[in-house]
Write a protein that binds this ligand. Structure first.
Ligand SMILES: CC/C=C\C/C=C\C/C=C\CCC/C=C/C(=O)SCCNC(=O)CCNC(=O)[C@H](O)C(C)(C)COP(=O)(O)OP(=O)(O)OC[C@H]1O[C@@H](n2cnc3c(N)ncnc32)[C@H](O)[C@@H]1OP(=O)(O)O
Length: 298
């Protein structure tokens, strides 16, 4: 809990000091309507039901909800805002973009930029993971579309995953297919979900699993028809919220703290490692080839 407390208090200090917000022109304010509250800061919409204490966070950064520096900053601010709100007990993470949950890290943020930019970007990716994986809220991913790499990581950070039963939607950590490597904390998150052997296969092959296969591997917990994803997430949430918060939170922390502590201890080294890896000519070339292929498939 100590690392989590430090994280939470430093993030809270930043939030309250407005360091993030000043940079982005001020915090998004709650809008009230009956027993609903909502705020939006451009790429993310949050709607909270005050009666249930459940917030729904919708990623809305078309075309594919790729995780760029702006998105990640807004995501972390939004999450922190919910985390410090004592009336919010549960979070459903989903997408407002049709057919896509999230395309993962924005590849253009990892190509042709300065080392300073890579470092700031990676710090933001770490921050997203630390906050979501370490959240005290019940977190449920309502995966209503494809979810490669960083998108899969976001889903894996949640406590429970419900995916649309459509074989066209795939999920997985496909980094090796891009010629890059999932860092140890991506790997740890996957091991904690599906176990060591399945993770080894999955990561080495850079495997993307169509929804039915993802269910077999335990990468997601439940499949439901596409139009039932949100209602199934709400139903699962009420079951999770029937457990006393303090007991559930301590249990969650016990399960996740070793992985979180590991990154907290090595945060700067991990950033340096990312920067030296991603700035290599050979890696830049691989990413370029992958991006060219993506564009050519049209
Ligand atoms: C010992 C250890 C040593 C070293 C480790 C050290 C450090 C670690 C180093 C690196 C770690 C990096 C970890 C990286 C994680 C990631 O998340 S990488 C991103 C992976 N994502 C993908 O592979 C997704 C690629 N996209 C797709 O498969 C498809 O786009 C889609 C299935 C998501 C959607 O398909 P469609 O609906 O058909 O849409 P389009 O393909 O036409 O795409 C529309 C538009 O969006 C652009 N785009 C798609 N994905 C991305 C992306 N991730 N980033 C940026 N842009 C993206 C795509 O090019 C199209 O653009 P336009 O052509 O319209 O301009």
């Amino acid at each position: 809990m100590a690392a989590q407390a430090v994280l939470r208090s430093s993030a809270r200090a930043r939030l309250l000091s407005g360091a993030f917000c000043a940079q982005r022109g001020g915090p998004a304010l709650w809008q009230h309507h009956q027993n609903q509250r909502a705020f939006s800061n451009g790429k993310i919409l949050v709607e909270m039901d005050e009666a249930t204490g459940v917030a729904v966070m919708k990623m809305k950064s078309p075309p594919v909800n790729s995780l760029n520096l702006d998105f990640l900053t807004e995501f972390s601010i939004s999450l922190e805002k919910l985390e410090i709100d004592r009336s919010c007990r549960g979070l459903i993470l989903t997408s407002a973009v049709s057919k896509i949950f999230s395309a993962g890290l924005d590849i253009t943020e990892m190509s042709g930029k300065s080392n300073e930019h890579y470092a700031a970007f990676w710090r933001a990716v770490q921050e997203m993971w630390l906050k979501l994986y370490g959240s005290n809220m019940v977190t449920i991913a309502a995966i209503n579309g494809s979810s490669p790499a960083g998108g899969c990581l976001m889903a894996l950070c949640c406590d429970y995953r419900i995916m649309a039963d459509n074989p066209k939607f795939a999920i997985g950590l496909n980094e090796t297919q891009l010629g890059i490597v999932a860092p140890f904390w991506f790997k740890d998150t996957m091991i904690n979900t599906i176990g060591n052997r399945a993770t080894e296969l999955s990561l080495q092959l850079g495997q993307m699993y169509p929804a039915p296969e993802a269910l077999k591997f335990g990468l997601v917990d439940k499949l439901v028809p596409e139009d039932k994803v949100q209602s199934a997430a709400a139903a699962a949430m009420s079951q999770w919220l029937s457990v006393p918060d303090h007991a559930r939170q301590l249990t969650k922390s016990m399960m996740r703290k070793p992985a979180i502590d590991r990154l907290v201890k090595q945060r700067e080294a991990d950033i340096n490692n990312f920067v030296s890896f991603i700035s290599k000519d050979s890696i830049q070339k691989s990413l370029q080839i992958y991006m060219d292929r993506l564009k050519q498939k049209k």
